[in-house]
Design a protein around this ligand. Structure first.
Ligand code: DAH
Length: 339
């Protein structure tokens, strides 16, 4: 029996396993019910009493060494399961593609950057708005047809709570809480109850601008927006202003830029006019200043508002607005930017 145990001990000492299956076979061979160690314990009953102490110790040593071997081999196999050699190769290239910014974020950040260079700060407001901030303070009289210009998603009636239809609501919040001089832009999401198509969506993004101080004139408005258009679309860009109507500005205008695709010669993007409309603007109506407790005798201001989707479509020649919301990687991966 002694020589048998010594042979087993040698076998255990020399045993190596390169996979978990062979380690399991090893365990079964020695420790299972019908394994070698239970067999030794069974034989132990026939051992001469004078040898019992020594044999008992030997069998226990064998049992312990089998158990230790299993634990240490298992640890080795588990930690090396990712690489056969059990070591990490830190020089391997990382197999993960870099993400990229969404085109709407790129353009929004660029717009913020352009205006912050001339002293505009960024302010934000809630996406769920009350009637006062979205309409009333902006000089939309109750039951006035101008409210129908923007199809609204109402959340509650009496008092009316709605998803904001434009970021002009933020200019009200800024004017309520700050006295002039005010120079701020408000980027954000807006919501309108419109059918989704290549040109319209029920969720889109705007950037609102507001400048209120003493002696602010329409010339300041024109020059600020002229600078903006050249920074965004290039030095050669021309602008023109057409009279328009918004309840919160008087006079109001829409600004066109020369088509950046055909350079003004005429193409299907500018509908062969050479011009594309990019924003609405005007001098802040004195009623709006007064609603926000700003003295309209002392201060004047200009405001403007633009759609980020529209500008992004022009800048990157994208012809379907729905692409912005589909999260298709093939589309999104095309946009690389430092913004
Ligand atoms: N709020 C207008 C809209 O959503 C855009 C706009 C036009 C904002 C003229 C202005 C402005 O501040 O002066 O259609």
């Amino acid at each position: 029996m002694k020589t048998k145990i010594e042979e087993y001990l040698k076998e255990v000492e020399n045993f190596k396993a390169d996979k978990l299956e062979s380690l399991e076979d090893f365990r079964i061979k020695f420790l299972s019910k019908k394994g070698l160690i239970p067999a030794l314990f069974a034989d132990f009953r026939n051992v001469d009493p004078s040898e019992r102490k020594e044999m008992g110790q030997l069998i226990n040593t064998l049992k312990n060494s089998v158990q230790e071997k299993i634990v240490s081999l298992k640890e080795k196999l588990d930690s090396g399961s990712d690489s056969k050699s059990g070591t990490l190769d830190l020089s391997l290239p990382v197999n993960a593609s870099m993400g990229s910014r969404h085109p709407l974020s790129i353009v929004r950040n660029e717009i913020i950057d352009i205006f912050s260079r001339i002293g505009f700060t960024v302010s934000e407001g809630p996406e769920i708005e009350d009637d006062f901030h979205n309409f009333t303070a902006l000089n939309f009289p109750e039951d006035h047809p101008a409210r129908d210009m923007q199809d609204t998603f109402f959340i509650e009636k009496d008092p009316d709570i709605a998803l904001r239809t434009h970021t002009s609501s933020v200019q009200v919040r800024v004017m309520e809480s700050t006295q002039p001089p005010i120079r701020t832009i408000s980027p954000g999401r807006v919501f309108r109850n419109e059918a989704i198509s290549a040109r319209a969506h029920c969720i889109f993004h705007q950037v609102e601008g507001l400048y209120v101080d003493t002696d602010v004139s329409f010339a300041d408005l024109k020059q600020t927006l002229f600078y903006f258009a050249k920074e965004l679309f290039g030095e050669e860009t021309k602008t023109r202003f057409r009279p328009s109507y918004f309840p919160f500005t008087e006079p109001s205008a829409e600004m066109d830029v020369s088509c950046n695709i055909c350079g003004g010669k005429g193409c299907n993007v500018c509908k062969y006019t050479g011009w594309v409309e990019i924003l609405g603007c005007g001098m802040v109506d004195p009623n709006v200043l007064e609603s926000c407790k700003i003295d309209s005798e002392k201060y004047t201001g200009f405001a403007f508002g633009m759609g980020v989707e529209r500008i992004t479509m022009l800048k990157y020649q994208i012809n379907d607005l729905r692409l912005f919301f589909e999260n298709d990687l093939k589309f999104l991966e095309q946009f690389k930017s430092t913004y």
